[in-house]
Ligand binder design. Structure first.
Ligand code: HMG
Length: 389
């Protein structure tokens, strides 16, 4: 018997704090139009001193465990590019915080912002082999650039957790995928750095090349035609990038690229990213959540998803919401996740930005700032200590 495979449930978390772009503009003298219109960002999520990729990931995944239990989860795949350890998978901490069964495999995946899509595809492969199993896919990242660099306005942080199953309640994921890899130095973070290095214009060009490359492969692999898609959901380092990407795809297909057509196809995908900022691996799936939450009806209508990770690897694939997907949305909770953040001023943001954990093994207790269910209590003897409330 063949099964539909896909995303059964999706939940996300972001940080305790938020910095409006007006505060950044006031600090650096930038015309706010550049942020609001030029890059399409209103604000960005800033982690508290006691938040990290693990606390966000556990917060995102906890509702999935509460709703569906953990009995059928035998694999947890954690995608991140803001890894906290070179050896231990961040997902092992999450496994512990969520008290998942010991009979579980847990692994971390990395390829810049693309990692979560690899995780999703690998999860589908596991479910295809045994449709009774569930796979927990988590994407969690903190996007951090140097203060006063051009990338600073495109920071953010969030985690998305997805339960991948057979006969999913939310979305079916389809074959084929369009794939594209090119060895480019558009954005990278050597092991000795906390903040990413980036060639801004090169990264935008590399992203657009990848849109073209994945689409070409997608059509050659026998995918849908452009007109089959009702909406397109792009990786959003800043929301204006989705507009550039869709215009590029339409141009490539000799189509009209008027603003109205583009806004109709991608506008609803930008509403969460616009106020959260870049969340790297989580970004395209936050776009998907926003699309499902803010479009009247997408039943059985293919959505095109484009995932891009600098360096670079990209994938284009289609997903279709199920006839019952409306009954499985958590729109009010999602909106609350965003509105519950506390607005901070520029000096508070800068202090958090420059905050680092000791690297000499000394005992360090983090201030209690987050009001979320999980917190990073400190570090001792090089070991992170987490707390559940
Ligand atoms: P910049 O040089 O500060 O900005 O960097 P700009 O001068 O290019 O201006 C940005 C836009 O604002 C331009 O619009 C301006 O015209 C406009 P565009 O020409 O692009 O349409 N503008 C204004 N609009 C209205 N009123 C005004 C005004 N002034 C200017 N007054 C850049 C911008 C995005 C390059 C920078 O923030 C950066 O380097 N960000 C980080 C890199 C990045 O996000 N790249 C995106 C593609 S790569 C990717 O997606 C992967 C990534 O997520 C990482 C991963 O995979 O792991 C980053």
């Amino acid at each position: 018997m063949s099964h539909h495979l896909g995303i059964h449930d999706l939940s996300f978390a972001t940080t305790e704090f938020v910095l409006p772009h007006t505060a950044l503009a006031d600090h650096n003298g930038t015309d706010i139009g550049k942020y609001h219109t030029g890059i399409g960002q209103e604000s960005m999520s800033i982690p508290a001193a006691d938040e990290d990729i693990v606390t966000m990931a556990a917060t995102a995944a906890a509702p999935l465990i509460a709703r569906h239990g953990s009995d059928r989860i035998r694999t947890v795949v954690f995608a991140t590019e803001s890894s906290i350890d070179q050896a231990k998978a961040a997902g092992v901490y999450v496994h512990s915080l969520l008290q998942l069964p010991s009979a579980t495999r847990v692994v971390e995946l990395k390829q810049a912002c693309y990692g979560a899509t690899a995780a999703l595809q690998f999860a589908l492969g596991l479910i295809r082999r045994d449709p009774t199993q569930h796979v927990l896919v988590i994407a969690s990242d903190v996007s951090k650039y140097d203060a006063d660099s051009p990338g600073e306005a495109t920071q953010g942080a969030a985690a998305v957790a997805m339960l991948v199953t057979a006969n999913p309640a939310l979305l079916t994921i389809h074959d084929p995928s369009g794939l594209y890899t090119a060895d480019v130095m558009d954005f990278w973070r050597p092991n000795y750095r906390d903040t990413a290095l980036v060639d801004g214009q090169e990264s935008i060009n590399a992203y657009l090349q990848a849109v073209e490359g994945t689409w070409k492969d997608y059509t050659e692999q026998g995918g849908h035609t452009l007109d089959d898609f009702t909406a397109f959901c792009y990786h959003q380092p800043f929301t204006k990038m989705a507009y550039k990407a869709h215009r590029h795809l339409l141009n490539y297909n000799d189509r009209d690229t008027d603003h109205h057509t583009i806004t109709q196809a991608i506008g609803p995908t930008t509403t969460y990213n616009n106020v959260i900022g870049n969340s790297y691996t989580a970004s395209v799936y936050l776009g998907l959540a926003a699309l499902l939450d803010h479009t009247p009806d997408l039943t059985n209508q293919p959505i095109g998803l484009f995932s891009y990770g600098s360096g670079s690897v990209a994938e284009f694939f289609a997903a279709t919401p199920t006839p019952d997907y409306h009954n499985h949305l958590h729109t009010t909770t999602n909106q609350h996740t965003i509105t519950r953040r506390t607005t901070i001023d520029y000096p508070t943001y800068l202090q958090l930005h420059e905050n680092t954990l000791p690297t000499d093994g000394t005992h360090h207790t983090t201030p209690t700032q987050t009001t979320g269910p999980y917190r990073l209590a400190g570090i001792n003897n090089h070991k992170r200590i987490y707390e559940t409330r």
